[in-house]
Design a protein around this ligand. Structure first.
Ligand SMILES: Cc1cc2nc3c(=O)[nH]c(=O)nc-3n(C[C@H](O)[C@H](O)[C@H](O)COP(=O)(O)OP(=O)(O)OC[C@H]3O[C@@H](n4cnc5c(N)ncnc54)[C@H](O)[C@@H]3O)c2cc1C
Length: 455
């Protein structure tokens, strides 16, 4: 059989892979793309978008709860099955629409994981294909927990497929996915426990601000078990038993357990690279993913580029960073290596209620890096925006460079923190001073206007 040849072969049809494929095809290159799952990637089908649909309904409920007795008579109830059906109106059409659009752009499709045969050759669907450039954009997948009974653990993909919400759920891991799902599940009526290895949730985020979220989560009924290493999962008649070892507890107390109808592994995500036979392609990789240089080109095979969650570029594994990396890869493939990875400050949001949003340095990072800075940390539930929606939690921490009077980091917890942090993107990327911000006029009464009081 004749060997098919392409200018560019992309592996993965998520935000990163799709964007590279479109750009290269638009330039007149012969492009193919492969995926071993439904086309369209994580964000649109099993990540950001369906999650935000579920969160949106709980936000409507929470606002009513806040204003009950203040004009709201009764709090609406959530119909889980109807909510999942609504969510499916966003996700179900994604694979067919993605395939249709890729084909329309002249891109050839493969529905299997390719395997490297050598530096420029892949085996896919029983065929041998050659490409001048190969782009790895296979994203992340749930990290396997190597413990007895791990087969009983469900992952984030399964959460979106639940036709019925279980009475009780244990989440193993209090990262952003565990925290967001816990908030959805508890507000929809499940009893929720989170078992976490560390001594607090969301370890990369600003500790003082996370403290407010931990308290708010406990208040709505989420039970945290911190400093606990899960050791085993067993199937009982109706429930699962999750055993864990508590750090620092006496021997008799160190082995404990919690039971629930369902257990989710939300302990983290790792690069999806096992099926690619990277060694045969001379493609270097590391724990964080495909090893890349500043052009997002593989460090050992110069014909290979990597972008999105799977690249070990050091950027946060998020949708906007994945599309930014895709832009860099496609430019470097089309125009030669001229565009370097140079990320501006990247905001990141935990879509709990209230939301926790963050950009730039935490106080600890600023200290470690030796900056001379001023910190402002305040709890402000008395500010008008929180008062009118009767929210108990509203706090912020800003870190400002003393000499230059510019923002080094901003961390907010509020129902609108996700929108507010975008203003800090403009402030930090535009290198505006706090004086500049104070002089600006923002619409009132808006949450955005509050940022003037934060710097
Ligand atoms: C539950 C959840 C919530 C999230 N929420 C947010 C959020 O609110 N905001 C945000 O910015 N980010 C969020 N993310 C992260 C975001 O989804 C990812 O950063 C983004 O989707 C990465 O895009 P990507 O193109 O790199 O990878 P993906 O979108 O994961 O695409 C990779 C594709 O490669 C395919 N693939 C994998 N292995 C192979 C193989 N061997 N062969 C062929 N194909 C393969 C996969 O099937 C997939 O289609 C969330 C993620 C999850 C799981």
């Amino acid at each position: 059989m004749a060997i098919k040849e392409y200018d560019v072969f992309v592996i993965g049809t998520g935000t990163a892979g799709k964007n590279v494929a479109y750009d290269c095809a638009a330039e007149g290159m012969k492009v193919a793309i492969a995926d071993n799952r439904e086309f369209g990637g994580t964000c649109a089908q099993r990540g950001c978008d369906p999650k935000k649909v579920l969160v949106g309904i709980t936000e409507a409920m929470q606002l009513s709860e806040n204003l009950k007795g203040k004009g709201i008579v009764s709090v609406p109830k959530i119909d889980w099955a109807a909510l999942q059906k609504f969510k499916s109106t966003f996700t179900d059409a994604v694979p067919a629409a993605t395939e249709r659009d890729l084909k329309k752009a002249g891109i050839e499709l493969y529905h299997q994981s390719p395997k490297f045969l050598d530096e420029n050759t892949l085996s896919v669907e029983g065929k041998t294909v050659k490409a001048k450039k190969i782009v790895i954009a296979t994203g992340n997948k749930s990290m396997e927990l190597k413990i007895p009974g791990s087969e009983h653990l469900r992952i984030s993909d399964d959460f979106f497929e639940l036709q019925e919400l279980p009475e009780s759920i244990v989440f193993v891991g209090a990262g952003y996915i565990g925290m967001e799902f816990a908030h959805i599940a508890v507000r929809c009526g499940a009893k929720v426990t989170i078992v976490e290895f560390g001594d607090r949730p969301l370890s990369p985020f600003e500790a003082d601000i996370v403290k407010h979220l931990t308290e708010a989560s406990e208040k709505i009924g989420i039970e945290f078990i911190f400093n606990a290493k899960v050791s085993k999962v067993e199937k009982l008649r109706k429930n699962y038993r999750v055993s864990f070892q508590k750090n620092g507890a006496s021997a008799s107390l160190s082995n404990q357990s919690v039971t629930a109808r369902m257990v989710f592994n939300t302990a983290g995500r790792v690069p999806s690279i096992d099926e690619l036979d990277l060694e045969k392609g001379n493609v270097a990789f590391q724990k964080e993913g495909i090893s890349v240089n500043e052009f997002l080109q593989n460090t050992t095979n110069k014909n290979v580029y990597a972008c999105g969650d799977v690249s070990a570029s050091g950027s946060l594994p998020l949708t906007p960073t994945s599309s930014q990396e895709a832009r860099i890869v496609s430019l470097n493939i089309r125009k030669g290596n001229h565009t370097k990875l140079n990320f501006p400050p990247v905001p990141s949001v935990v879509f709990t209620i209230p939301q926790l949003a963050s950009i730039g340095m935490t106080e600890e990072e600023a200290k470690k890096k030796g900056y001379d800075f001023v910190v402002e940390y305040k709890s402000v539930p008395k500010w008008f925006n929180a008062k009118r929606t009767n929210e108990e939690v509203y706090a912020y921490k800003t870190i400002v460079d003393k000499k230059r009077n510019i923002v080094l980091g901003a961390h907010i917890i509020s129902s609108e923190a996700g929108e507010m942090i975008n203003l800090f993107v403009l402030i930090m990327c535009g290198k505006l001073t706090c004086g500049n911000i104070k002089q600006m006029i923002f619409a009132y009464p808006t949450w955005g206007n509050d940022i003037k009081g934060m710097v």
